[in-house]
Design a protein around this ligand. Structure first.
Ligand SMILES: NC(=O)c1ccc[n+]([C@@H]2O[C@H](COP(=O)([O-])OP(=O)(O)OC[C@H]3O[C@@H](n4cnc5c(N)ncnc54)[C@H](O)[C@@H]3O)[C@@H](O)[C@H]2O)c1
Length: 267
């Protein structure tokens, strides 16, 4: 179903770990729509994940970068512009990790050093990517920068723990930096608030499988899958959404507007 929506566009995609990753699907769809991309992930993910397979398939390069490390980001942005032959049109930040969730710490007994790392990886890295890109004057006019979020930024999902605050921070960075990017180069910055999706990061949350089923019933259209999320990202990178900025966009089959689902009461 390719329509050449991203023909001639160039971008960086963070966060493709394996074929379940949302970023993996986005990378595939962007290339299908005519974009040239660079893939990036943390050096450790190069060893554990399958990103090399994706790069071979899409015939694109990988530049390792820890998204919390400014020197890595400087190198990523300048090398990407060289490889792609000019400034960027889009960036996807698809990064999330909670140390306290990984180590199964209760929300009422969090380790604050770990929390700092969680915020740095999952949210502050988004500010860092945008700041480094701005310092390098790396974005073309009418470019598009996206990050992936979750509705726990607005509502309470007890097992999501400190990732809720990470996502609230992430969405706030999109609004605040969105102003500066708009003024500098008419670049738009948004977050997409995605349904629960079966991926490595998603499945790390306690009770994920049960909750996935609950959200499926609560959403009139069902959960939005990773492929549908990739389609939405393509739309947000395309010229068809040039005036949308500083928004948190729900991509959740209707979940966020529901109050009560009769289907859930029946079961
Ligand atoms: N899966 C879900 O249910 C769901 C729902 C809503 C939003 N999201 C968000 O979507 C995004 C992508 O997650 P996913 O579900 O595809 O899982 P995933 O595990 O496939 O992707 C997470 C990625 O973050 C990368 N990462 C971790 N630390 C990093 C660092 N320091 N530097 C660079 N990269 C780093 C990992 O290597 C991995 O590729 C995350 O922001 C996640 O919070 C996921």
């Amino acid at each position: 179903m390719a329509n050449g929506l991203l023909q001639g566009k160039k971008g960086i995609i963070f966060g493709a770990l394996d074929s379940k990753s949302i970023a993996w699907k986005v990378a595939e769809r962007c290339v299908e729509e005519g974009a040239k991309i660079v893939l990036t992930n943390a050096p450790v993910a190069m060893r554990l994940g399958e990103i090399n397979e994706l790069a071979t398939k899409l015939q694109c390069q990988i530049i390792p970068a820890d998204a919390t490390n400014l020197a890595d980001l400087e190198n990523l942005i300048s090398q990407s512009m060289e490889i792609l032959g000019g400034k960027l049109d889009f960036v996807l930040h698809s990064i999330g990790m909670s140390v306290n969730v990984r180590k199964k710490k209760d929300y009422t007994d969090l380790n604050y050093d770990w929390m700092q790392t969680t915020f740095d990886v999952s949210a502050i890295s988004f500010h860092k990517v945008m700041q480094v890109a701005m310092k390098h004057d790396a974005m073309n006019e009418w470019g598009s920068i996206l990050a992936l979020s979750y509705i726990a930024a607005q509502r309470t999902f007890p097992d999501y723990s400190e990732m809720a605050e990470s996502k609230a921070l992430l969405e706030s960075f999109a609004r605040s930096f969105g102003y500066h990017w708009a003024k500098k180069a008419r670049v738009r910055v948004n977050t997409i608030s995605q349904s629960p999706t079966i991926t490595t990061a998603g499945s790390g949350v306690k009770g994920f499988t049960d909750f996935f089923g609950y959200a499926e019933k609560m959403s009139p259209l069902g959960n939005a899958g990773a492929d549908a999320c990739a389609d939405y990202c393509v739309a947000m990178f395309s010229d068809l959404t040039r005036m949308v900025t500083m928004q948190n966009l729900f991509h959740d089959g209707g979940f966020s507007s529901m109050g009560m689902a009769p289907e859930l009461i029946e079961t």
